[in-house]
Design a protein. Structure first.
Lengths: 158, 158
DNA sequence: TACGGATCATTGAAAAAGTCAACGATTGTT
DNA sequence: AACAATCGTTGACTTTTTCAATGATCCGTA
C-alpha cells in the first residue's frame, strides 16, 4: 500500500506555517510510527497498546489497571479489553491488589516475558527505521525532550 | 473532570523501560495535546483536524484534497467530510484544479481567514501551556527534531 | 461500629472515527 | 481510440472511543 522505502520526500505542504505546529508534527510522527510498530508487532499477535500493557506487566512495577489507564491515556474499559486478551493468551494474569482489594495488579507470565522479549527486539529495529534521519544523539535528545514535556524536568535519574 | 492544574506529577510507571519508548511518548504527548487543542478550538467550532485543513487552505499553497490527505495522514474520504463541513460554514471553497480537472483545490474565504487567525491565537497559547516545561530553546529543538524525523534534514530554510 | 461518599474493575450501549471497495469523471499512456 | 491509473465521492463495514451504570471495596466521619 504505502511507500515502503526509507526515503521520505519533503511534501510541498510542509512549507506552510502548520509545518511548525507541534500538534500536527506529533500526530504525523505518531501516525507513521504506529503503522510501522503495529506491522512489526503483528508477528507476535500484539499491537502497540497490548505491547505497552505487556511491557508494564513485565516491568516489576506491579501496575494496577487504573494506573495503566492513566499512564497510557486510555479509558479504564479499554484496559479491561486489552488485559482480557492478554490473559486469555496466557501472557499476563490478574492478581489481587495488595493494599486495595478492588484493584487488580497485572503481572506477566513466563510466556508473557518470552513473547515480550522477542517483540521488543523487533520493535527496536522498527524504531530505528522510523528515526533513521536522526543521529544517535538526536534520538536521545528527542526522547529527553518528550519526557520533559510530559513530566517536567527529568524523571528520577537512577 | 480531569486535572486542570499546570502541575504534572511524574507517574510511578514512568520508571519502566517503556518510559523510553518513543512510540509511547509520542502517543502520550499527542493525546494530551489533542485534548487541550480541541478544547481551545471548540470556541470556534473547530477541531484539530478541521483547523489543519483550514490552515492549509489559508496558506496560499492551494492544496488539493489528495495532498491534504497525504500530508495529514488521513483517508481521502475523511478529507471530504472535513472540507464539506468547512465549506458549509463558508470558511473554504472547492476550486477546480488548474492542471487537473479531477482535483479540487481548497482555498479559504475571507471569513475562513478571519476565524483562522482568531483560532490560531488561541492555539498558540494552548501550545505554550502544553510545553510549559520546556525552555524556548528546547521548544524549538523539539520542533526541529520532529521535522527532521519526518522529512529528513531540514526543510527549505528561509 | 456503621454510614456515606468515593474509587476500582467491569459491562454494555451509543457515538465517533477509521477502513475499504466501488463509482463517474478525468488524465496520461500506448 | 483504447487502456490503465488517479481524483473526489459515496456508502457499507469495522474498529475505537466515550459514557453511564453496577457490585465490590475503601476511606473518612459521626
Amino acid at each position: 500500500m504505502g511507500p515502503q522505502s526509507t526515503e521520505m520526500e519533503i511534501p510541498r505542504l510542509a512549507a506552510a506555517k502548520i509545518g511548525n505546529d507541534v500538534g500536527l508534527l506529533l500526530a504525523k510522527l505518531h501516525a507513521t510510527g504506529s503503522l510501522l510498530n503495529n506491522k512489526a508487532l503483528a508477528d507476535y499477535g500484539l499491537r502497540e497498546r497490548s505491547f505497552s500493557v505487556l511491557t508494564l506487566a513485565c516491568s516489576g512495577l506491579e501496575p494496577t489497571q487504573r494506573e495503566l489507564a492513566d499512564f497510557l491515556s486510555l479509558d479504564p474499559s479499554q484496559v479491561v479489553s486489552l488485559v482480557d486478551d492478554l490473559e486469555h493468551r496466557g501472557l499476563v494474569t490478574r492478581a489481587q491488589g495488595k493494599q486495595d482489594r478492588r484493584a487488580k495488579i497485572i503481572v506477566s507470565t513466563a510466556e508473557g516475558r518470552r513473547i515480550h522479549n522477542k517483540a521488543r527486539a523487533g520493535l527496536e529495529e522498527c524504531e530505528q527505521t522510523q528515526l533513521a534521519a536522526l543521529t544517535e544523539d538526536e534520538n536521545a535528545q528527542l526522547r529527553a525532550l518528550l519526557k520533559k514535556a510530559l513530566w517536567g524536568s527529568e524523571p528520577t535519574r537512577r
